[in-house]
Design a protein around this ligand. Structure first.
Ligand code: LLP
Length: 447
């Protein structure tokens, strides 16, 4: 396993993260356990700030969907980034963490009436309007409140990024955004400009996630700038802001070669300014929305090894106490991960095994065919790069409680997310009187 951030192997031969012995963390907080490396998370924020904001005055807003809770929100605030939020729940979390709402961009392809009202009440910086229905609704809500909503319009640039089908978003046949090619995007601009309670500030697009080819971004920037010029010709309106979304890929397993954040910034910003010059329109301020590339490598999940099943000549399954409930990505996207035995981190890999989760699904496999030291029940397995889209996509399938999360740094570990309990699991259940123990239900008595 490649070591990320503050990871190292300590004198006891254990994996250490943020100065904390991973085996101790597992003992103290239980497993499965999400571990977040504070220093690496902050370093990744700073890298973006340096590459985009200090070098180009571009804005960086962290995509909360990748990993979010109140502590993470505070880290983002302290590092000076903005936030890309997509739901009432994320808005509420940011508010509870006292995040400055002027630095929030509120996204979503089907924001509800209540969510838009909440965004206006909180006075978020921008609302990223996705469709005509939302534009009308927002104008009406803003009118009722005697305010003008600052918006940017989400467009579909018609670009096919090279990534997994489920995480591509820029192609025309997509549920997101207004299509440029068929005139909808231009019609939306005209409409927004006529509205009394809408202030159109710019345009947005997002072509997908876990993208390695910077040329896809350059192409996207050129398409968007071409449209900025067209809109200017047609309406006289100039985009102040151009938000080009997130999506920069990260290293998960051998063979992954992501570009650096600075290369990404250079390609993106230069493509925008070159196009602006060529088309003779003012260059808009560039905005990016990274999620995975900030939090992904900073997360590690610790599991305890349980049953080991050897099928001679076929495969050795090593089952852990979590799986698709805390990390659905391998089952959903055939995502690959690396791992090490945290309590045997200095031992050589001696056999190839496959890591299984504990859910009742054959597809609940975390890693196929990985070389590890001989494992026994009770060993601690650390899976790296689980910071993005693990906790935020976790679920209670099979009524497995969600894991806890600790923030580690300087030898200290702080709980930032409590482990769900069995009591939490039943706390939302309701038993109608006729189903309570001792009562015969209507259905049962009718039989
Ligand atoms: N902006 C928009 C509008 C987005 O839709 C996304 C991700 C981002 C920014 C952040 O993208 P990132 O930098 O994290 O790649 N669950 C999938 C990924 C879904 C991405 C959704 N949108 C996965 O686990 O791979």
């Amino acid at each position: 396993m490649k070591l990320h951030g503050t990871m190292r192997i300590n004198d006891r031969g254990h994996l250490e993260i943020g100065g904390c012995d991973a085996v101790e963390l597992a003992r103290q907080f239980g497993t499965p356990l999400y571990v977040l490396d504070e220093q690496l998370f902050r370093k990744n924020c700073r890298e973006y700030h340096q590459a985009f904001t200090l070098k180009y005055s571009a804005e960086v807003i962290y995509a909360a969907k990748a990993l979010f809770n109140m502590a993470v929100c505070r880290l983002v605030e302290e590092e000076g980034l903005g936030l890309d939020l997509v739901s009432g729940g994320e808005l509420y979390t940011a508010r509870q963490a006292r995040f400055p709402m002027a630095r929030v961009y509120f996204h979503g392809n089907n924001k509800s009436f209540e969510e838009l009202a909440l965004a206006l009440e909180y006075k978020v910086g921008r609302i990223v309007v996705d469709n005509f229905y939302e534009l009308e609704l927002l104008n009406r809500l803003a009118k009722e409140r005697h305010v003008r909503a600052d918006i940017i319009l989400r467009l579909t640039p018609g670009i096919e990024a090279h990534t997994h089908e489920y995480i591509k978003t820029g192609q025309i046949d997509s549920k997101f955004g207004l299509v440029i090619e068929n005139g909808q995007a231009l019609a939306a601009i005209k409409k927004a400009l006529e509205m009394d309670n809408i202030n159109l500030r710019g345009l947005h697009c997002h072509i997908g996630s876990q993208i390695f080819e910077l040329e896809s971004y350059a192409h996207c920037a050129r398409v968007m700038m071409g449209f900025v010029a067209e809109a200017y010709k047609e309406t006289g309106w100039t985009a102040e802001e151009l938000d080009l979304g997130g999506g920069l890929g990260i290293y998960y397993a051998s063979g992954d070669r992501p570009p650096s954040v600075q290369e990404y910034a250079d390609v993106l910003v230069n493509a925008v300014s070159a196009a602006a010059e060529e088309l003779n329109v003012p260059a808009p301020r560039v905005i990016v929305e990274p999620g995975r590339s900030i939090c992904g490598p900073a997360g590690t999940t610790l599991y305890t090894v349980g049953a080991i099943k050897d099928i001679p000549g076929v495969r050795k399954y090593v089952a852990v106490d979590g799986g698709m409930g805390d990390n659905p990505r391998p089952a959903l996207y055939q995502a690959r991960y690396e791992a090490c035995a945290a309590n045997k981190a200095a031992q050589p890999a001696a056999e190839v095994v496959s890591i299984a989760g504990k859910c009742c699904e054959s597809g609940d496999m975390l890693i196929w065919d990985i070389a590890l030291p001989p494992l026994e029940p009770g060993d601690i397995l650390a899976v790296s790069c689980t910071g993005a889209y693990n906790y935020t996509m976790s679920m209670n399938y099979n009524r497995l409680p969600r894991p806890a999360m600790v923030l580690v740094g300087g030898g200290q570990a702080d709980l930032i997310l409590a482990r769900e309990t069995y009591a939490d699991l039943v706390s939302h259940d309701r038993l109608p009187a006729r189903l309570r123990k001792g009562k015969l239900s209507n259905v049962a008595s009718a039989r």
